[in-house]
Design a protein around this ligand. Structure first.
Ligand SMILES: [Zn+2]
Ligand SMILES: [Zn+2]
Length: 256
């Protein structure tokens, strides 16, 4: 079965194509299911440079509902959203997105995290203190139990030389995911990005095998997604992500 639950659209301003372009590419590539999950708008329109405006939410939701009807005999479509975690948005995700707009699922993500009174990028972590702040924040997102799965937990490894602090951060995330039974994502987009050049190695920034090696010690489930930002990438990276899951005996799951 080929399924991808992580798909963006032009609305986030760093992807191309609309809902139907991704669906048609997925049908062409013989995918069985496709979840559309653009970056969520936020009620205060924060971080607008990488997401749709609140005014676009209704049309986004409608376009997926319409596509579900149009393509129902060719592919299983789900209506999703990738949601940046911050406790002040929990109510919006639950009462607006899930209850009012009837999204099928929400992906939790932490592209940035609060540190020393600022928002730091999770992809640019370089100190043990930042790792612990990120891992704590990410664990809170898991514990909210709002999200069907959590996106790219291992982005904190992207520019960080693996060490004891990284293991500690990984354990905090993995223990929480196991406790709340929330699956984690092995994100295929990382395989399409430029390699990270660190002192000890040149490697994929994320997914990072050392994180998933630690994950093998926990009873966790994984989603293998493309995180498509181009219609042609609608299932890209899923095979590599699945290979990583198999290498560490991680149970791959899909949505209903
Ligand atoms: Zn994106
Ligand atoms: Zn993301």
């Amino acid at each position: 079965m080929i399924c991808n639950y992580h798909t963006h659209t032009y609305r986030c301003k760093h992807a191309l194509g609309d809902v139907d372009d991704y669906i048609e590419a997925a049908i062409e590539l013989k995918a069985d299911c496709l979840g559309i999950s653009d970056h969520t708008p936020l009620p205060d329109n924060r971080w607008l440079g990488i997401r749709m405006h609140m005014d676009e939410l209704q049309a986004y939701s409608d376009s997926i509902d319409t596509a579900k009807l149009r393509y129902h005999d060719q592919i299983h479509i789900l209506k999703g959203m990738e949601c940046d975690w911050a406790p002040e948005y929990a109510e919006f995700y639950k009462t607006e997105l899930l209850e009012k707009y009837k999204f099928d699922y929400l992906i939790g993500a932490s592209h940035c995290f609060p540190f020393d009174g600022e928002w730091e990028m999770s992809f640019d972590i370089t100190t043990p203190e930042q790792i612990m702040a990120y891992a704590n924040f990410y664990a809170d997102a898991i514990a909210s139990e709002i999200f069907s799965f959590m996106a790219h937990p291992d982005v904190f490894c992207a520019q960080y030389e693996w060490d004891e602090a990284a293991v500690k951060g990984a354990i905090m995330i993995l223990e929480t995911a196991e406790h709340y039974n929330i699956p984690l994502e092995i994100n295929g987009y990382g395989f399409r990005k430029p390699k990270s050049k660190l002192k000890s190695e040149t490697r994929t920034g994320y997914p990072y095998s050392k994180f998933w090696e630690v994950a093998a010690n926990y009873d966790i489930k994984v989603f293998c997604n493309s995180d498509a930002h181009l219609p042609n990438d609608v299932i890209s990276g899923i095979a590599e992500a699945s290979a990583l899951a198999r290498q560490f005996n991680l149970q791959q799951v899909v949505l209903d």
